[in-house]
Design a protein around this ligand. Structure first.
Ligand code: ADP
Length: 190
């Protein structure tokens, strides 16, 4: 399996690039943010719980997020590989992902981080907020909080996979096509 973690701060373009990558490499795309928004849209108990964290720019608790991720992986046996978008966001989630893939006789192939400055992502998220309808995209204080959470809780995941030589960083600024080209180049070298 080709199991790719698409990594980077909020607004760095993970979702945009994942859509192109699934097409090219025939992978399953799992975005925990999209899964939460689906639950929120249907006002399920999981959605209501997630909303109370997401709308403050906080992470949804690991136990909840890991359980949801596992269900999605288990529901799609026999896939060629998976793009994990927005997961893992904590070292505990990374450990859970490793053991889940290990149980399937597989592992994480690579983590690719999209490198984009704080100023650029703040501008991108505010722009997205004009049309996304996402409460967490419209408030500069919540955006700041998401960036802080990323720095404190999520960047350790990059270091975690760097220990086994699996973490890569690419320039996340430029046209969508240019960034996609950089991603493909990195993946084709694996
Ligand atoms: P972005 O990358 O723009 O922040 P996402 O759609 O990936 O957007 O995530 C939106 C929100 O959903 C996050 O700010 C967080 O509250 C929650 N979320 C998504 N994935 C996770 C995760 N792996 N662990 C905890 N919370 C998550």
């Amino acid at each position: 399996m080709l199991n790719l973690i698409l990594f980077g701060p909020p607004g760095s373009g993970k979702g945009t690039q994942a859509a192109f990558l699934v097409e090219k490499y025939q992978l399953l795309h799992i975005s925990t943010g999209d899964l939460f928004r689906y639950e929120m849209g249907n006002n399920t108990p999981l959605g209501q719980l997630a909303k109370s964290y997401i709308n403050k720019g906080q992470l949804v608790p690991d136990s909840v997020t890991i359980g949801m991720l596992k269900n999605k992986v288990d529901a799609n046996p026999g896939v060629k590989g998976i793009i994990f978008d927005g997961f893992p966001r904590t070292v505990a989630q990374a450990g859970a992902l490793d053991s889940l893939l290990d149980d399937m006789g597989s592992c994480v192939s690579v983590l690719i981080a999209l490198d984009v400055s704080d100023e650029e992502i703040t501008q991108r998220i505010l722009l997205r907020g004009q049309t996304s309808g996402r409460a967490d995209d419209n408030d500069p204080t919540i955006i700041r909080n998401r960036i802080d959470v990323y720095k404190n809780e999520t960047t350790p995941v990059f270091d975690y996979y760097a220990q086994s030589g699996k973490s890569l960083k690419i320039n996340g600024v430029g046209s969508i096509e240019a960034i996609f080209g950089r991603l493909c180049e990195a993946i084709n070298k694996l």
